[in-house]
Design a protein around this ligand. Structure first.
Ligand code: F0G
Length: 363
């Protein structure tokens, strides 16, 4: 007797990574060596408990980009930046980072056979991100200064030394990141009414807007979203209209006082009829716990700023609108914040017997 394995009835193509999937819309040629970890294709998840807090038939989805290979949206930009760096013959790349860029740069550079130098603000990078950069084999340099200073240094370094800059001032980063917008439209069948997104260096909001505009031009969607950017209150230069010299927030990923893509982001606000708002650390933490405890979605604090912001301005959301909040990074990146700010009871030191456990459970 022969055993026959079930055969898929529909032809189901495996995901080929961003560059292959969106090749016609990206600046790559057959000469570009594609460095990929099969990033992209992240889920758009409905969040009904959060939508209920708004009511009026508003539909809310989160674009969970924390499910990328290194756990953040940076992989979208990095597959492009590293592939193009390799195409140009680069042997080393450099970036400044609050953590996620350094993890993605390290992973993709090493996979592409390049050295990765990363400058981080000493003491202000979440543990998981530091662990990643180190294990991927980056050369990690922690400076006595914040992200803004680190970015100034790496920009100068890239001009004077043989290292390619892979921060989002590298245009290939935004080209890769715009695919987040493509995926949202591919799933919804059109652009959402609102796109809510955390803003730090302001690259991602600019990239999403590029993606929506490009998709509209080629007829994949017939409208554009209002782009709503949210910054942490202690690091909100785009809300205040001036740089913040000493940015502070629990959301260390967006602890940025002088965003590199400032002008682009302001252009997005005007063109989309959107806005920038600040959310406090307390509001960020409320959304962070809400996403995890009511929706089962664990993102990092900076990512929760998109949901915190949406809830803050919920009265402005049109009735029956479709809203997408981008969750930029995975909650596992920052275990310290999760443990410190969870509201759950953590009962320790319980005797290892059934009665003690039952007692602790309240039975
Ligand atoms: N969310 C997360 C989790 C981030 O890591 C970042 C930026 C942002 C949002 C903001 O995106 O800078 O394009 O406006 N992280 C950078 C880094 C700065 O170094 O990892 P942005």
């Amino acid at each position: 007797m022969t055993l026959s394995l079930p055969v898929a009835t529909s032809s189901c193509q495996p995901w080929r990574g961003l560059i292959e999937t969106y090749r016609p819309y990206l600046p790559v040629t057959e000469n570009t060596p594609v460095v990929t970890l099969m990033e992209g294709n992240t889920p758009l998840i409905p969040v009904p408990a959060i939508a209920q807090r708004i009511g009026r038939g508003v539909r809310v989805f989160v674009k969970y980009d924390g499910l990328n290979p290194t756990g953040s949206f940076k992989d979208r930009g990095m597959t492009m930046a590293i592939s193009k760096a390799k195409e140009a013959g680069a042997e080393a790349v450099i970036c400044a980072s609050t953590g996620n860029t350094s993890a993605a740069a390290a992973a993709y550079a090493r996979r592409g056979g390049m050295r990765a130098f990363v400058l981080i603000p000493d003491g202000y990078v979440a543990l998981g991100k530091l662990a990643q950069a180190l294990l991927y084999g980056a050369e990690v340099l922690a400076i006595k200064g914040n992200f803004d200073r680190a970015l100034e240094i790496v920009r100068e370094m890239a001009e004077s030394y043989p290292v390619t800059l892979v921060n989002s001032v590298n245009p290939y980063r935004l080209e890769g990141q715009k695919t987040g917008a493509f995926e949202v439209v591919d799933v919804l069948g059109n652009a959402p009414d609102w796109l809510c997104i955390p803003v730090g260096n302001a690259g991602n909001i600019s990239a999403y807007w590029m993606g929506f505009c490009q998709y509209q031009q080629i007829g994949k969607c017939d409208r554009l979203p209002r782009m709503m950017g949210f910054q942490a209150a202690g690091a909100a230069p785009l809300v205040n209209g001036q740089p913040v010299h000493h940015p502070e927030t629990i959301a260390t990923a967006i602890r940025i006082g002088n965003p590199a893509s400032w002008d682009k982001a302001m252009g997005v606000k005007t063109a989309s009829g959107g806005n920038f708002h600040a959310v406090t650390d307390a509001e960020i933490l409320d959304a962070y716990r809400l996403l995890a405890s009511e929706e089962g979605i664990f993102c990092e604090p900076a990512s929760a700023a998109s949901v915190a912001g949406m809830l803050k301005v919920k009265e402005e959301i049109p009735t029956e609108a479709t809203v997408v909040c981008v969750l930029t990074g995975n909650g596992l990146k920052d275990p310290d914040t999760a443990i410190k700010h969870s509201n759950s009871q953590f009962k320790q030191g319980i005797e290892a017997d059934i009665q003690a456990v039952a007692g602790a459970m309240g039975f």
